[in-house]
Design a protein. Structure first.
Length: 275
């Protein structure tokens, strides 16, 4: 059994709202859920509510919250690059309200996962990361994934050729789009520090346990999967014993079906209790 309570705490002069899930016999390792934006603490398809209740039913205390500018929290809307103060405030509130807790795992989806990784290495209280479809988007990476997983499937699809033969397809426009994407796939990113490299550095600095959950039908997840195929330093990182990676076939970005959400919850529960 567990119970839930509302939290209200300050971050840089703004009041933030969170929900605390407290098991009757809590473990000393808790989970803070970091939402991907723009999204609030309930999550798509109530995913974060259901995940938190599942973990709490297995003795894991959980906190989920709205960072500034989202949901019921005050302040201006911000992106994942600008929520480090929010994470620090939420972690401190979590430990204050659960004084017996000794360590915390950050659980993030999409850019929330990337933001969690950026923060985790700097706080010794954080001993684990769950990264669900972490955001590593670059123009070049997106173009390569689109070529590999969209255009390749299209040219193999008999219906595509039938539609082309019927004239029900804008061939010139499609070819122009293909050429633009092919050019983007060849050109190096203009960013000085591409997002994948910043995430790699953050995970290198972080010395705790890492669980990566990827959706088989999500282009963002496939962009992450491509990193280990293309870069030796990513292969080396993902091969470490403290890093576990799992793929849920056919799942979409937000694990919209109950069977996918349940699988994520089971994987996380077992992993959190295993070390």
């Amino acid at each position: 059994m567990s119970h839930e309570r509302v939290l209200r705490f300050l971050c840089q002069g703004c009041w933030l709202i969170g929900i605390l899930h407290v098991p009757d016999e809590p473990l000393t390792r808790g989970v803070l859920i970091v939402t991907g934006g723009p999204q609030y603490r309930v999550g798509s398809h109530r995913q974060f509510v259901l995940l938190a209740r599942h973990l709490a039913a297995h003795h894991v205390p959980v906190m989920r919250f709205d960072y500034r500018g989202m949901g019921d929290s005050e302040g201006e809307m911000r992106d994942f690059e600008s929520i480090q103060d929010d994470l620090e405030a939420a972690i401190s509130e979590f430990f204050c309200t659960m004084p017996a807790m000794k360590e915390v795992v950050l659980w993030g989806l999409c850019d929330g996962a990337t933001a969690a990784a950026f923060h985790a290495w700097s706080d010794p209280r954080i001993t684990g990361l769950v990264l669900a479809n972490p955001w590593v988007r670059t123009t070049q990476g997106q173009a390569r994934v689109t070529l590999r997983h969209y255009y390749l499937q299209r040219v193999r699809d008999a219906e595509f050729w039938r539609k082309l033969a019927r004239g029900g397809f804008g061939l010139r426009r499609a070819l122009d789009s293909f050429r633009q994407i092919a050019q983007a796939a060849r050109e190096p990113t203009a960013q000085v520090e591409p997002l994948p490299e910043r995430l790699h550095l953050a995970l290198e600095r972080f010395q705790g346990q890492v669980l990566i959950i990827l959706s088989g039908a999500d282009l963002g997840a496939r962009e992450f999967m491509a990193l280990s195929r293309q870069h030796a330093h990513w292969r080396k990182l993902l091969a470490r014993t403290r890093v576990r990676q799992t793929i849920i076939p056919h799942a979409n970005h937000t694990f919209a079906r109950q069977v996918w959400r349940d699988e994520v919850a089971d994987i996380c529960t077992q992993w959190i209790q295993a070390w």
